[in-house]
Design a protein around this ligand. Structure first.
Ligand SMILES: *Cc1c(COP(=O)(O)O)cnc(C)c1O
Length: 226
């Protein structure tokens, strides 16, 4: 069941603040996505390749699908024909595979790099050192990478009740984002997306400069995992 009032409020807030709202529909049935589509939502986020492929095939073609989960290189080919943005690139190897699949599909695939900002081992992503190394590889090979575009960063804060900690982690992510944006690493005007914040912490994320939020349970209700 879709929470229409929550969607309307969040949609309005995002328009006002120039933030892109991604409705995270993982584990939810296609009917829920159709209901939210009917309200006007077009950007949806999924975490599992097979689930995304199945939903994409049966839902309207003008949906922008965001792959927000951890992605294995050997599965890129399944989503490469249609995915709008891959949020969680955490290795150069994965970037190379996305470029290869972009080429095969004759398109440019937009991606975000996942930065590790939480103090939890369980969350994927690159720390600052990894990111520097990543951009060294990237700069050495970018002439050959015409089918992938690095649009920005994505990160997840620690799952904690401490707003102070969440805020400082988002601030850190935004600082790294700004540094890369201003550096000669990339200096590309399309490096413009800072994806941070979910149901529990999107307000803090927006206050700290995030311009893309990924919200699931607040819009679709709690998820049930088997
Ligand atoms: C599931 C998920 C979300 C949405 O989480 P909610 O707490 O339901 O809003 C956001 N980002 C990522 C990467 C996720 O896996």
């Amino acid at each position: 069941m879709v929470n229409e009032a929550a969607w309307r409020a969040l949609h309005e807030e995002c328009i006002k603040k120039n933030v892109k709202l991604i409705a995270v529909s993982k584990t939810k049935p296609a009917e829920d996505i159709e209901d939210m589509y009917a309200l006007g939502q077009r950007d949806f986020g999924e975490n599992y390749v097979q689930e995304l492929v199945e939903k994409q095939a049966q839902l309207p073609a003008d949906i922008s699908w965001h792959y927000i989960g951890h992605l294995q290189s050997n599965k890129v080919k399944y989503i490469a024909p249609f995915v709008h943005l891959i949020h969680a690139v955490d290795s150069f190897k994965l970037l190379l595979e996305i470029n290869k699949q972009g080429q095969k599909n004759n398109r440019v695939i937009d991606v975000l790099l996942q930065a590790h900002i939480a103090d939890e081992e369980t969350k994927f992503g690159m720390d600052e050192r990894d990111l520097i190394e990543f951009f060294q590889y990237y700069n050495a090979q970018k002439e050959a990478l015409h089918h992938v575009r690095i649009r920005g960063l994505m990160g997840m804060a620690t799952n904690t009740d401490s707003d102070v900690q969440v805020r400082s982690e988002f601030k850190k992510l935004h600082d790294i984002f700004k540094t890369i944006q201003g550096s000669e690493f990339l200096g590309k005007d399309y490096f413009d997306t800072c994806s941070m914040g979910m149901s529990s912490d999107y307000k803090i994320a927006i206050e700290e400069g995030g311009n893309m939020i990924r919200v699931g349970s607040l819009l679709f209700g709690k998820r049930q995992y088997q």
